[in-house]
Write a protein that binds this ligand. Structure first.
Ligand code: ZN
Length: 430
């Protein structure tokens, strides 16, 4: 008896000394359709139990007990999806854009090429408002070659040693991925991939002048922009003419890439060689279709009627390629690219999701691309992107069911990050 009493007293002391926290605030989202982000079919009449900043459990209401005394919100008729992850967000000089996108359900983003200094104002705004998000992932400036495409957002590496050095500095300064840009020579690109492997972070790239198949085979983890595959789809003589035109003048890619795609054969021998590598390596691909969207009946940016028709034809092939790469095993993700021709302010990720569905992905596949697959490309798929127990409580409540119409992602009723609701009325005006 005495021994047990002593043991109990010791246990109580240990507990007190460890400073055990009071039970976290529990919240129950009830009677809601759950699309969990894993690709599983929607759960009708679901329940999500949130404790603190994480999901305690989620599933069919009948099989998901609600803790006594928890706060309950009845969400009958609504759908809950994981917070969207935008893997191609350019902050530029507009930190408010990140908060506007947050109000649209984008709870995490990665900027694929920017100096850390550009995020200071956003971080200050987030701290000042005590906001739980958005979750910010950065790469540091692009690592490009001489005559960089975007000088202000780049560091220039003239050889593999300089590339390795820039890569190491970006990582030391907080980059959770690195981005190769298209003027970087092949050996330098491989050096950057090597730094990523050493630090266990993903390497992504805007290729276009670099051979996608060769770099993916060399270990490149992901690719930004469907246009990165242009020269991989045409005979070498044609690809080389395009490369040399862009090497002379970065602007030659603007119409040149549409011409390349309009003529590409997605069942030709060059494409087949690319698919073989994609099947083997399963790279993440962030097509960023929305930034390339062109319509024959709405000439964009001063295009003549003739050029607008060429661009529309090229864009149609870009969409087909995105779908084909997905079928061949690429892990398709979502990147909005912030400013795009046919989306209003802060709506680029929604447009990208609609374009993936237009390309032939199902709405459910598209939601998976924007959530669990995107979390995989962040190397955070054990706590983000899926509405499963122990994952972070980042989610969006939609008025309509996006599994039957993807445009329902635009009808946001509530946004939560880390178990806390975001004041979407305020940030929706940013
Ligand atoms: Zn970009």
């Amino acid at each position: 008896m005495a021994a047990i009493a002593i043991a109990a007293a010791a246990a109580a002391l240990t507990t007190a000394a460890a400073g055990v926290q009071p039970a976290p605030h529990s919240l129950v989202l009830d009677h809601v359709r759950i699309i969990d982000g894993s690709g599983a079919p929607p759960i009708e009449n679901g329940r999500i139990v949130i404790e603190g900043d994480r999901i305690a459990r989620a599933g069919a209401a009948a099989a998901t007990p609600a803790p006594a005394g928890a706060e309950r919100i009845d969400l009958a008729g609504r759908t809950v999806i994981p917070g969207l992850i935008d893997l191609h967000f350019h902050i530029e000089n507009d930190p408010k854009m990140a908060l506007r996108q947050l109000s649209h359900g984008v709870t995490a983003f990665r900027d694929p090429g920017q100096w850390n200094e550009k995020f200071a104002e956003l971080r200050r705004m987030v701290a000042a408002d005590d906001l739980p998000g958005p979750r910010i992932f950065t790469t540091g400036p692009h690592i490009d070659g001489e005559n960089p495409a975007y000088p202000a957002d780049s560091v220039v590496a003239r050889d593999a040693e300089e590339a390795r050095r820039h890569a190491e500095i970006n990582v030391a300064q907080g980059a959770s991925a690195l981005k190769i840009y298209f003027r970087l020579p092949m050996a330098s690109a491989k050096a950057v991939i090597g730094v990523c492997d050493a630090h266990r972070i993903p390497c992504t790239a805007h290729l276009e002048l670099l051979d996608a198949g060769a770099l993916i085979a060399a270990g490149l983890h992901g690719v930004e922009h469907i246009t990165s595959f242009g020269i991989s789809l045409v005979p070498r003589v044609k690809g080389e003419a395009y490369r040399q035109a862009v090497l002379r003048n970065n602007d030659a890619r603007r119409d040149g890439r549409y011409r390349l795609f309009a003529d590409a054969d997605l069942d030709g021998p060059e494409a087949a060689a690319l698919y073989a590598i994609v099947r083997q390596r399963r790279p993440w691909i962030d097509a960023t279709l929305a930034v390339f969207e062109r319509r024959a009946d709405k000439p964009f940016d001063g295009a003549t009627k003739e050029i607008a028709a060429l661009q529309a034809a090229g864009f149609a092939v870009m969409k087909q390629l995105a779908r084909r790469l997905g079928r061949e095993g690429a892990r398709i993700v979502v990147g909005g690219h912030t400013e795009v021709p046919f989306a209003a302010r802060g709506e680029a990720p929604w447009r990208e999701m609609e374009l993936l569905v237009e390309s032939g992905f199902t709405p459910l596949e598209t939601i998976t691309a924007a959530t669990s697959t995107a979390a995989g490309f962040l190397y955070h798929d054990r706590e983000l992107g899926t509405l499963h127990a122990a994952f972070k409580a980042d989610l969006v409540v939609l008025r309509r069911n996006p599994a039957s119409d993807i445009s329902a992602v635009r009808e946001v009723e509530r946004v939560m990050v880390a178990g806390r609701w975001v004041e979407i009325g305020k940030y929706g005006g940013y």
